[in-house]
Design a protein around this ligand. Sequence first.
Ligand code: PGA
Length: 248
Amino acid sequence: MRRKLVAGNWKMNGSIAANALLLTQINAGFGNAGCDAAVCVPAPYLSQCQALLADSAIALGAQDVSSHDAGAYTGEVSAAMLLEFACRYVIVGHSERRGYFGETDELVAQKALRALHAGLVPIVCVGETLAQREAGQTDAIVSRQIDAVLSLIAENELTKIVVAYEPVWAIGTGKTATPEMAQQVHAVLRQRLHARSATAAQEVRILYGGSMKPENARELLAMPDIDGGLIGGAALKAADFLAIIHAA
Ligand code: PGA
């Protein structure tokens, strides 16, 4: 039985004052939730959020990591740096990184590997655009994206990753994949994991992301291959984020 994970992706949002309020409210409402939870915050706020989560069951995560170890890479943040702030998770290959910053499957795979080797849990994002879905390419696109990552990871390390299916057309748009549509793609991703390792297929959590909110979380999370959520907009409102956590 895979324990569900609800991870917030704050994207480029927040301020010292807003983060303090949000995390104080989330900590207060978390109670004895029956799932894992995390917040992936902008890098400059890692230290602040680490302190705010010091006595919390909610884990800390980052939104990106360099594919390099250290050195002359202006603007980059290394996996070792994230670990110094007690990060557990790091998102890699979010569609905004792929779309706006030109990240390729190969780069995303390198980032995932670097995170894994440093001891972080990479949350590997995959997902098709609307044009790709309409052209019937969804399964091929997500398979190509996930295979690029899986092929770099040793078999005994495959269980240490998290995958997130995020249809690009559903991110921040209010349009959600129906539970059946999402389940169908999650099953494809589970098959790709299975092609590498039966254990990984059984243990790796596959999150859904894309306009998940309190109103649709329960039915999405009820699908057999949906093991949690990667939450954007709704993770910025304590009541909504907590409602999703308590639905999981
Ligand atoms: P959304 O974003 O929940 O605002 O659609 C999800 C994501 O991009 O991770």
